[in-house]
Design a protein around this ligand. Structure first.
Ligand SMILES: Nc1ncnc2c1ncn2[C@@H]1O[C@H](COP(=O)(O)OP(=O)(O)OP(=O)(O)O)[C@@H](O)[C@H]1O
Length: 249
């Protein structure tokens, strides 16, 4: 049997009286994009936060490629190959798109000299290629503050890819983007991840996006996985229609 890319065992955490993770055990296989859906407050973001080391569980384990990473700080988990993208892109808005990637590459390569010329580093071509992969080569030299939200989302993904992850965890990759742009952004994103051989887990509230881009769906409820399966099967499940999609079954 092959080792899962990511495995969690009995993850549990409470905030006051709220059980945000309630004995969560699941396995994520390489090469299968998993969407996480569920009602507000179900614990979806908490799950991503635990897997990336931002929150430590009261109980349970996170294994990445078979290694127990539960106790590691977030930066060590990134070094192992787990990257994260947030609902709001985490970029240096007064720098250009390319500089944002060069800064990520410098951090990845352990370059700590603040006087170094970022544009004169071996990673420059690689970073330009990443911008091409997310269809943003034409804005490489523009300040991030001048770009659209959709472009910022894509550059944020390129920054994550600069860290050479094997797994990318994303919180609502298309939130804040006009609905007419969502599909285009997901197409670019999923294609770039496939080219970079990165598996994704993404929290998503837009069921059209889930249907089209997820290989598998996990439904969160009250801090645990309630259901898991293929998008077509999960999105037609009466419990999902009632609790997540919000229509009367
Ligand atoms: N740091 C925290 N301190 C206190 N309570 C928290 C903290 N993080 C999460 N919670 C609570 O834990 C529960 C799960 O939150 P979480 O953000 O994981 O849910 P979610 O499924 O991602 O929700 P949404 O879809 O609204 O983003 C919520 O009741 C939330 O208020």
């Amino acid at each position: 049997m092959t080792t899962p890319l990511l495995e969690t065992r009995n993850l549990t955490i409470t905030f006051g009286g709220v059980i945000a993770a309630n004995d969560v055990s699941l396995k994520i296989e390489a090469g299968r994009n998993l969407a996480i859906i569920g009602p507000n407050g179900a614990g979806k973001t908490t799950f991503l936060n635990i897997c990336t080391g931002w929150i430590k569980p009261r109980k349970g384990q996170v294994l990445f490629q078979g290694e127990d990473v539960t106790a590691l700080p977030p930066r060590k988990i990134v070094q192992r190959g787990v990257a994260r993208a947030f609902q709001i892109p985490q970029l240096f808005t007064e720098h250009t798109a390319l500089e944002n990637l060069l800064i990520a590459a410098a951090a990845r390569d352990g370059m700590r000299n603040p006087l170094i010329d970022l544009h004169d580093t071996p990673a420059r071509d690689e970073m330009l290629h990443l911008l091409e992969m997310v269809n943003c080569a034409d804005v490489a030299h523009r300040l991030v503050v001048e770009l659209s939200e959709g472009q910022r989302k894509l550059i944020d993904i390129a920054v994550a890819l600069a860290l050479k992850p094997r797994l990318l965890l994303m919180d609502e990759p298309t939130s804040g983007v006009a609905s007419s742009e969502k599909d285009g952004i997901m197409e670019i994103l999923i294609t770039a991840l496939a080219e970079a051989k990165v598996t994704s887990v993404f929290v998503e509230h837009d069921m059209g996006i889930v249907q089209k881009y997820a290989d598998e769906v996990a439904v969160w409820n009250a801090g645990n996985v309630q259901l898991r399966g293929a998008p077509a099967e999960i999105l037609e499940h009466p419990d999902v229609i009632r609790d997540v999609i919000g229509e009367v079954a």
